[in-house]
Design a protein around this ligand. Structure first.
Ligand SMILES: Cc1ncc(COP(=O)(O)O)c(C=O)c1O
Length: 392
Protein backbone atom coordinates (compact mmCIF):
# COMPACT_ATOMS: atom_id res chain seq x y z
CA UNK A 1 0.00 0.00 0.00
CA UNK A 2 1.30 3.45 -0.89
CA UNK A 3 1.06 6.26 1.68
CA UNK A 4 -0.81 9.25 0.27
CA UNK A 5 -1.30 10.77 3.74
CA UNK A 6 2.38 11.58 4.11
CA UNK A 7 3.14 15.31 4.15
CA UNK A 8 6.10 16.41 2.02
CA UNK A 9 7.79 19.79 2.42
CA UNK A 10 7.81 21.26 -1.09
CA UNK A 11 9.46 24.54 -0.18
CA UNK A 12 12.73 25.33 -1.99
CA UNK A 13 12.00 22.80 -4.74
CA UNK A 14 11.31 25.45 -7.42
CA UNK A 15 7.65 24.41 -7.35
CA UNK A 16 5.38 26.79 -9.28
CA UNK A 17 2.46 25.85 -7.03
CA UNK A 18 4.33 26.79 -3.86
CA UNK A 19 6.84 29.39 -4.96
CA UNK A 20 4.68 31.46 -7.29
CA UNK A 21 1.69 31.72 -4.95
CA UNK A 22 2.80 35.14 -3.70
CA UNK A 23 3.24 36.43 -7.23
CA UNK A 24 -0.12 35.14 -8.38
CA UNK A 25 -2.28 35.83 -5.31
CA UNK A 26 -0.48 38.73 -3.68
CA UNK A 27 0.46 36.93 -0.48
CA UNK A 28 2.58 33.96 0.57
CA UNK A 29 0.89 32.96 3.82
CA UNK A 30 -1.85 30.91 2.10
CA UNK A 31 -2.25 27.22 1.27
CA UNK A 32 -1.84 26.46 -2.45
CA UNK A 33 -4.54 24.39 -4.15
CA UNK A 34 -4.22 25.90 -7.61
CA UNK A 35 -1.87 24.75 -10.41
CA UNK A 36 -2.52 21.10 -11.32
CA UNK A 37 0.18 18.99 -9.76
CA UNK A 38 0.00 16.70 -6.75
CA UNK A 39 1.50 16.94 -3.26
CA UNK A 40 2.22 13.18 -3.11
CA UNK A 41 5.72 11.77 -3.08
CA UNK A 42 6.54 9.55 -6.07
CA UNK A 43 6.75 5.81 -5.34
CA UNK A 44 10.18 4.23 -4.84
CA UNK A 45 10.27 2.57 -8.25
CA UNK A 46 10.11 5.99 -9.95
CA UNK A 47 12.82 7.47 -7.77
CA UNK A 48 15.01 4.41 -8.36
CA UNK A 49 14.58 4.78 -12.14
CA UNK A 50 15.80 8.37 -12.03
CA UNK A 51 18.64 7.66 -9.58
CA UNK A 52 19.83 4.75 -11.71
CA UNK A 53 19.88 6.93 -14.80
CA UNK A 54 21.64 9.74 -12.88
CA UNK A 55 24.27 7.32 -11.58
CA UNK A 56 25.23 6.44 -15.12
CA UNK A 57 26.70 9.91 -15.20
CA UNK A 58 26.57 10.69 -18.91
CA UNK A 59 23.64 12.69 -20.24
CA UNK A 60 24.45 13.13 -23.91
CA UNK A 61 21.99 13.31 -26.80
CA UNK A 62 19.31 10.75 -26.10
CA UNK A 63 16.92 9.03 -28.46
CA UNK A 64 13.76 7.10 -27.85
CA UNK A 65 14.20 3.38 -28.50
CA UNK A 66 11.33 1.10 -29.65
CA UNK A 67 10.74 -0.11 -26.07
CA UNK A 68 9.77 3.47 -25.11
CA UNK A 69 6.94 3.38 -27.67
CA UNK A 70 6.07 -0.21 -26.70
CA UNK A 71 5.52 0.87 -23.10
CA UNK A 72 2.99 3.48 -24.29
CA UNK A 73 1.29 0.92 -26.58
CA UNK A 74 1.02 -1.51 -23.70
CA UNK A 75 -0.40 1.10 -21.25
CA UNK A 76 -3.02 2.16 -23.79
CA UNK A 77 -3.98 -1.48 -24.32
CA UNK A 78 -4.09 -2.62 -20.70
CA UNK A 79 -5.53 0.51 -19.09
CA UNK A 80 -7.73 1.83 -21.91
CA UNK A 81 -8.34 -1.17 -24.15
CA UNK A 82 -6.94 0.80 -27.09
CA UNK A 83 -5.09 -0.82 -29.97
CA UNK A 84 -2.49 1.73 -31.05
CA UNK A 85 0.52 0.95 -33.18
CA UNK A 86 3.97 2.21 -32.26
CA UNK A 87 4.24 4.05 -35.58
CA UNK A 88 1.20 6.20 -34.77
CA UNK A 89 2.71 7.65 -31.61
CA UNK A 90 5.13 10.56 -31.36
CA UNK A 91 6.74 12.33 -28.45
CA UNK A 92 6.22 15.99 -27.49
CA UNK A 93 7.63 17.88 -24.52
CA UNK A 94 4.19 18.83 -23.17
CA UNK A 95 0.52 18.68 -24.05
CA UNK A 96 0.18 22.47 -24.32
CA UNK A 97 3.21 22.42 -26.64
CA UNK A 98 1.49 19.75 -28.75
CA UNK A 99 -1.78 21.70 -28.92
CA UNK A 100 0.11 24.78 -30.12
CA UNK A 101 1.98 22.78 -32.74
CA UNK A 102 -1.17 21.13 -34.08
CA UNK A 103 -2.94 24.48 -34.34
CA UNK A 104 0.02 25.96 -36.23
CA UNK A 105 0.45 22.97 -38.53
CA UNK A 106 -3.15 22.04 -39.31
CA UNK A 107 -5.06 25.34 -39.37
CA UNK A 108 -4.40 28.68 -41.07
CA UNK A 109 -4.08 32.14 -39.48
CA UNK A 110 -7.52 33.64 -38.85
CA UNK A 111 -9.29 30.24 -38.93
CA UNK A 112 -11.97 29.67 -36.31
CA UNK A 113 -11.44 27.02 -33.64
CA UNK A 114 -14.12 25.65 -31.30
CA UNK A 115 -13.48 25.27 -27.57
CA UNK A 116 -16.02 24.19 -24.94
CA UNK A 117 -16.06 26.74 -22.16
CA UNK A 118 -15.52 26.99 -19.25
CA UNK A 119 -12.24 25.28 -20.13
CA UNK A 120 -8.57 24.91 -19.17
CA UNK A 121 -7.42 28.47 -19.83
CA UNK A 122 -4.37 27.76 -22.03
CA UNK A 123 -6.90 26.69 -24.70
CA UNK A 124 -7.67 30.39 -25.17
CA UNK A 125 -4.03 31.30 -25.74
CA UNK A 126 -3.41 28.23 -27.93
CA UNK A 127 -6.03 29.69 -30.29
CA UNK A 128 -5.60 33.44 -29.96
CA UNK A 129 -1.83 33.40 -29.41
CA UNK A 130 -1.52 31.73 -32.81
CA UNK A 131 -3.73 34.34 -34.47
CA UNK A 132 -6.74 32.07 -34.83
CA UNK A 133 -10.25 32.97 -33.67
CA UNK A 134 -12.14 31.37 -30.80
CA UNK A 135 -15.64 29.98 -31.23
CA UNK A 136 -17.09 29.21 -27.82
CA UNK A 137 -19.40 26.23 -27.64
CA UNK A 138 -20.39 26.92 -24.04
CA UNK A 139 -21.25 23.87 -21.96
CA UNK A 140 -24.77 23.74 -20.56
CA UNK A 141 -25.45 23.10 -16.89
CA UNK A 142 -28.61 20.98 -16.70
CA UNK A 143 -30.03 18.67 -14.01
CA UNK A 144 -26.89 18.95 -11.91
CA UNK A 145 -24.60 18.08 -14.81
CA UNK A 146 -22.65 19.84 -17.56
CA UNK A 147 -23.58 18.69 -21.05
CA UNK A 148 -22.73 19.75 -24.59
CA UNK A 149 -24.94 22.05 -26.66
CA UNK A 150 -24.99 20.06 -29.93
CA UNK A 151 -27.23 22.47 -31.80
CA UNK A 152 -24.76 25.28 -31.17
CA UNK A 153 -21.85 22.95 -31.99
CA UNK A 154 -23.40 22.09 -35.36
CA UNK A 155 -24.01 25.77 -36.13
CA UNK A 156 -20.40 26.67 -35.30
CA UNK A 157 -18.82 23.67 -37.00
CA UNK A 158 -20.73 24.41 -40.21
CA UNK A 159 -19.13 27.85 -40.49
CA UNK A 160 -16.74 27.37 -43.45
CA UNK A 161 -14.05 29.31 -41.57
CA UNK A 162 -14.12 26.82 -38.70
CA UNK A 163 -11.42 24.16 -39.19
CA UNK A 164 -10.71 22.68 -35.75
CA UNK A 165 -12.28 21.78 -32.41
CA UNK A 166 -10.20 21.31 -29.26
CA UNK A 167 -11.93 18.69 -27.14
CA UNK A 168 -11.03 18.38 -23.46
CA UNK A 169 -11.71 14.77 -22.48
CA UNK A 170 -12.06 14.23 -19.56
CA UNK A 171 -12.96 17.87 -19.16
CA UNK A 172 -11.06 20.34 -16.99
CA UNK A 173 -12.59 22.08 -15.02
CA UNK A 174 -16.13 20.64 -15.11
CA UNK A 175 -14.85 17.10 -14.54
CA UNK A 176 -17.06 15.36 -17.09
CA UNK A 177 -16.10 12.02 -18.61
CA UNK A 178 -17.83 12.24 -21.97
CA UNK A 179 -20.02 9.25 -22.84
CA UNK A 180 -19.85 7.25 -26.05
CA UNK A 181 -23.11 8.89 -27.18
CA UNK A 182 -21.74 12.40 -26.60
CA UNK A 183 -18.45 11.65 -28.37
CA UNK A 184 -20.31 10.03 -31.25
CA UNK A 185 -22.40 13.17 -31.73
CA UNK A 186 -19.23 15.33 -31.65
CA UNK A 187 -17.63 13.11 -34.27
CA UNK A 188 -20.70 13.11 -36.51
CA UNK A 189 -20.83 16.91 -36.43
CA UNK A 190 -17.10 17.42 -36.92
CA UNK A 191 -16.71 14.81 -39.65
CA UNK A 192 -19.72 16.14 -41.56
CA UNK A 193 -18.23 19.63 -41.45
CA UNK A 194 -14.61 18.69 -42.02
CA UNK A 195 -13.51 20.02 -38.64
CA UNK A 196 -10.35 18.36 -37.30
CA UNK A 197 -10.68 17.26 -33.65
CA UNK A 198 -7.73 17.85 -31.36
CA UNK A 199 -8.48 15.67 -28.33
CA UNK A 200 -6.63 16.60 -25.14
CA UNK A 201 -6.88 13.43 -23.03
CA UNK A 202 -4.23 14.25 -20.42
CA UNK A 203 -6.60 13.37 -17.52
CA UNK A 204 -7.59 10.00 -19.00
CA UNK A 205 -6.15 7.83 -16.21
CA UNK A 206 -7.75 9.77 -13.35
CA UNK A 207 -11.35 8.66 -13.67
CA UNK A 208 -13.58 7.71 -10.71
CA UNK A 209 -15.37 4.44 -10.15
CA UNK A 210 -18.72 5.34 -11.67
CA UNK A 211 -17.31 6.42 -15.06
CA UNK A 212 -15.13 5.06 -17.85
CA UNK A 213 -12.99 7.13 -20.19
CA UNK A 214 -13.55 6.52 -23.88
CA UNK A 215 -10.86 7.74 -26.20
CA UNK A 216 -12.25 9.98 -28.92
CA UNK A 217 -10.36 8.16 -31.71
CA UNK A 218 -11.91 4.84 -30.69
CA UNK A 219 -15.44 6.01 -31.57
CA UNK A 220 -15.24 5.19 -35.29
CA UNK A 221 -12.88 4.91 -38.24
CA UNK A 222 -13.91 8.44 -39.29
CA UNK A 223 -13.14 9.84 -35.83
CA UNK A 224 -9.77 8.10 -35.92
CA UNK A 225 -8.88 9.55 -39.31
CA UNK A 226 -10.11 13.01 -38.43
CA UNK A 227 -8.48 13.51 -35.03
CA UNK A 228 -5.23 13.95 -33.17
CA UNK A 229 -4.97 12.76 -29.56
CA UNK A 230 -2.59 14.50 -27.17
CA UNK A 231 -1.88 13.01 -23.78
CA UNK A 232 0.86 12.22 -21.26
CA UNK A 233 1.71 10.31 -18.09
CA UNK A 234 2.36 13.68 -16.42
CA UNK A 235 -0.94 14.22 -14.54
CA UNK A 236 -1.23 10.53 -13.65
CA UNK A 237 2.27 10.20 -12.21
CA UNK A 238 2.91 13.82 -11.20
CA UNK A 239 5.84 14.32 -13.56
CA UNK A 240 4.92 17.57 -15.31
CA UNK A 241 8.45 18.80 -14.62
CA UNK A 242 9.93 15.97 -16.70
CA UNK A 243 8.37 16.75 -20.10
CA UNK A 244 6.76 13.48 -21.09
CA UNK A 245 3.83 14.06 -23.48
CA UNK A 246 2.97 12.31 -26.72
CA UNK A 247 0.44 12.45 -29.54
CA UNK A 248 -1.37 9.75 -31.48
CA UNK A 249 -2.19 10.31 -35.15
CA UNK A 250 -3.49 7.92 -37.79
CA UNK A 251 -2.97 10.18 -40.78
CA UNK A 252 0.52 9.58 -42.09
CA UNK A 253 0.83 12.91 -43.84
CA UNK A 254 -0.03 14.83 -40.67
CA UNK A 255 2.31 12.72 -38.57
CA UNK A 256 5.20 13.35 -40.96
CA UNK A 257 4.47 17.05 -40.94
CA UNK A 258 4.52 17.06 -37.13
CA UNK A 259 7.75 15.01 -36.97
CA UNK A 260 9.46 17.36 -39.42
CA UNK A 261 8.38 20.39 -37.40
CA UNK A 262 9.65 18.80 -34.17
CA UNK A 263 12.99 18.09 -35.86
CA UNK A 264 13.17 21.62 -37.23
CA UNK A 265 12.86 22.96 -33.69
CA UNK A 266 15.50 20.44 -32.56
CA UNK A 267 13.06 19.06 -29.99
CA UNK A 268 12.87 15.55 -31.39
CA UNK A 269 15.55 14.15 -29.11
CA UNK A 270 14.55 13.28 -25.56
CA UNK A 271 15.59 14.55 -22.22
CA UNK A 272 17.44 11.52 -20.76
CA UNK A 273 15.16 11.42 -17.71
CA UNK A 274 11.85 11.93 -19.50
CA UNK A 275 12.47 8.96 -21.74
CA UNK A 276 13.39 6.68 -18.81
CA UNK A 277 10.55 7.78 -16.54
CA UNK A 278 7.83 7.38 -19.19
CA UNK A 279 8.86 3.81 -19.80
CA UNK A 280 9.21 3.08 -16.09
CA UNK A 281 5.78 4.40 -15.05
CA UNK A 282 4.02 2.72 -17.93
CA UNK A 283 5.71 -0.60 -17.19
CA UNK A 284 5.46 -0.54 -13.38
CA UNK A 285 2.85 2.03 -12.36
CA UNK A 286 -0.51 0.25 -12.54
CA UNK A 287 -0.89 -0.53 -8.86
CA UNK A 288 0.18 2.96 -7.83
CA UNK A 289 -2.43 4.53 -10.12
CA UNK A 290 -5.17 2.24 -8.81
CA UNK A 291 -4.37 3.25 -5.24
CA UNK A 292 -3.98 6.92 -6.19
CA UNK A 293 -7.40 7.03 -7.89
CA UNK A 294 -8.98 5.41 -4.79
CA UNK A 295 -7.37 8.01 -2.55
CA UNK A 296 -8.39 10.88 -4.83
CA UNK A 297 -11.94 9.56 -4.97
CA UNK A 298 -11.95 9.65 -1.15
CA UNK A 299 -10.74 13.26 -1.28
CA UNK A 300 -13.41 14.17 -3.79
CA UNK A 301 -16.13 12.64 -1.63
CA UNK A 302 -14.75 14.26 1.52
CA UNK A 303 -14.80 17.77 -0.02
CA UNK A 304 -18.24 17.29 -1.56
CA UNK A 305 -19.72 16.04 1.71
CA UNK A 306 -18.00 18.66 3.85
CA UNK A 307 -19.10 21.60 1.73
CA UNK A 308 -22.62 20.27 1.23
CA UNK A 309 -23.08 19.80 5.00
CA UNK A 310 -21.22 22.80 6.35
CA UNK A 311 -20.87 25.63 3.85
CA UNK A 312 -24.01 27.31 2.58
CA UNK A 313 -23.67 29.22 -0.69
CA UNK A 314 -21.04 26.96 -2.28
CA UNK A 315 -22.09 23.99 -4.41
CA UNK A 316 -19.38 21.44 -5.22
CA UNK A 317 -19.56 19.50 -8.48
CA UNK A 318 -19.13 15.79 -7.93
CA UNK A 319 -16.65 15.48 -10.76
CA UNK A 320 -16.25 12.19 -12.64
CA UNK A 321 -12.54 12.61 -13.33
CA UNK A 322 -9.46 14.79 -12.61
CA UNK A 323 -8.39 16.03 -9.18
CA UNK A 324 -9.73 19.51 -9.92
CA UNK A 325 -13.11 20.26 -8.39
CA UNK A 326 -15.35 22.97 -9.74
CA UNK A 327 -17.06 24.92 -6.96
CA UNK A 328 -20.12 27.04 -7.74
CA UNK A 329 -19.88 30.01 -5.36
CA UNK A 330 -22.78 31.99 -6.82
CA UNK A 331 -24.97 31.17 -3.79
CA UNK A 332 -22.74 33.33 -1.60
CA UNK A 333 -24.33 36.41 -3.14
CA UNK A 334 -20.95 38.04 -3.81
CA UNK A 335 -19.29 39.52 -6.88
CA UNK A 336 -16.34 37.61 -8.42
CA UNK A 337 -13.69 39.85 -6.84
CA UNK A 338 -15.37 39.44 -3.43
CA UNK A 339 -15.37 35.65 -3.81
CA UNK A 340 -11.68 35.72 -4.68
CA UNK A 341 -11.01 38.00 -1.70
CA UNK A 342 -12.89 35.57 0.55
CA UNK A 343 -10.73 32.64 -0.53
CA UNK A 344 -7.38 34.44 -0.57
CA UNK A 345 -7.60 36.94 2.27
CA UNK A 346 -10.14 35.39 4.65
CA UNK A 347 -9.83 31.62 4.16
CA UNK A 348 -6.12 31.95 3.19
CA UNK A 349 -6.48 29.54 0.29
CA UNK A 350 -5.06 29.87 -3.22
CA UNK A 351 -7.48 28.34 -5.75
CA UNK A 352 -7.86 28.90 -9.50
CA UNK A 353 -10.47 31.59 -10.15
CA UNK A 354 -13.39 30.45 -12.29
CA UNK A 355 -13.22 33.50 -14.57
CA UNK A 356 -9.76 32.36 -15.80
CA UNK A 357 -11.65 29.55 -17.59
CA UNK A 358 -13.88 31.93 -19.54
CA UNK A 359 -16.93 34.09 -18.86
CA UNK A 360 -19.06 31.09 -17.95
CA UNK A 361 -16.65 30.39 -15.08
CA UNK A 362 -17.57 33.61 -13.33
CA UNK A 363 -18.39 33.03 -9.61
CA UNK A 364 -16.77 29.60 -9.64
CA UNK A 365 -13.51 28.52 -8.03
CA UNK A 366 -11.46 25.40 -8.82
CA UNK A 367 -9.78 23.44 -6.06
CA UNK A 368 -6.92 21.03 -6.71
CA UNK A 369 -7.51 18.29 -4.12
CA UNK A 370 -4.47 16.11 -4.90
CA UNK A 371 -3.04 16.62 -1.43
CA UNK A 372 -2.91 14.58 1.78
CA UNK A 373 -6.37 14.54 3.42
CA UNK A 374 -5.13 16.43 6.48
CA UNK A 375 -4.30 19.45 4.28
CA UNK A 376 -7.80 19.38 2.84
CA UNK A 377 -9.30 19.18 6.34
CA UNK A 378 -7.45 22.35 7.31
CA UNK A 379 -8.52 24.05 4.07
CA UNK A 380 -12.17 23.12 4.53
CA UNK A 381 -12.22 24.36 8.14
CA UNK A 382 -10.65 27.65 7.04
CA UNK A 383 -13.25 28.04 4.30
CA UNK A 384 -16.14 27.19 6.64
CA UNK A 385 -14.93 29.76 9.17
CA UNK A 386 -14.44 32.46 6.51
CA UNK A 387 -17.93 31.95 5.08
CA UNK A 388 -19.50 32.00 8.57
CA UNK A 389 -17.72 35.27 9.42
CA UNK A 390 -18.98 36.74 6.19
CA UNK A 391 -22.56 36.15 7.25
CA UNK A 392 -22.19 37.78 10.68
C1 LIG B 1 -6.58 19.73 -20.05
C2 LIG B 1 -5.12 19.96 -19.81
N1 LIG B 1 -4.25 19.93 -20.83
C3 LIG B 1 -2.94 20.14 -20.65
C4 LIG B 1 -2.42 20.39 -19.40
C5 LIG B 1 -0.95 20.66 -19.23
O1 LIG B 1 -0.18 19.77 -19.95
P1 LIG B 1 1.39 19.98 -20.09
O2 LIG B 1 1.92 20.31 -18.74
O3 LIG B 1 1.85 18.65 -20.60
O4 LIG B 1 1.59 21.06 -21.08
C6 LIG B 1 -3.28 20.44 -18.29
C7 LIG B 1 -2.77 20.75 -16.96
O5 LIG B 1 -3.49 20.93 -16.02
C8 LIG B 1 -4.66 20.22 -18.50
O6 LIG B 1 -5.54 20.24 -17.49
Amino acid sequence: MYDFDKLVDRSNSSSVKYEETGLKFGRNDIMPFWVADMDFKAPDFMIETLVKRAEHGIFGYTKRMPDFYDSIVSWLKTRHDLEVKRENIEYGPGVVFLLNMMVRLFTEPNDKIIIQTPVYYPFFSVVEGNNRRIMENTLVFKDGKYTMDFEDLEAKASDPECTMMILCSPHNPVGRVWTKEELTKVSEICNRNNVLVLADEIHFDLVYSESKHISYASISEEAKANSITCTAPSKTFNIAGLHTAYCIMYNEERLTKYRNALGQLDLNRSNSFSREITQSVYENGSQWVDELVDYLEGNRNYICDFITKNIKGITPHKIEATYLMWLDCSGLGLESEEIEDLFVNKAKLALDCGRWFGKSGDKFMRINFASPRSMLETAMKNLERAVKELKK
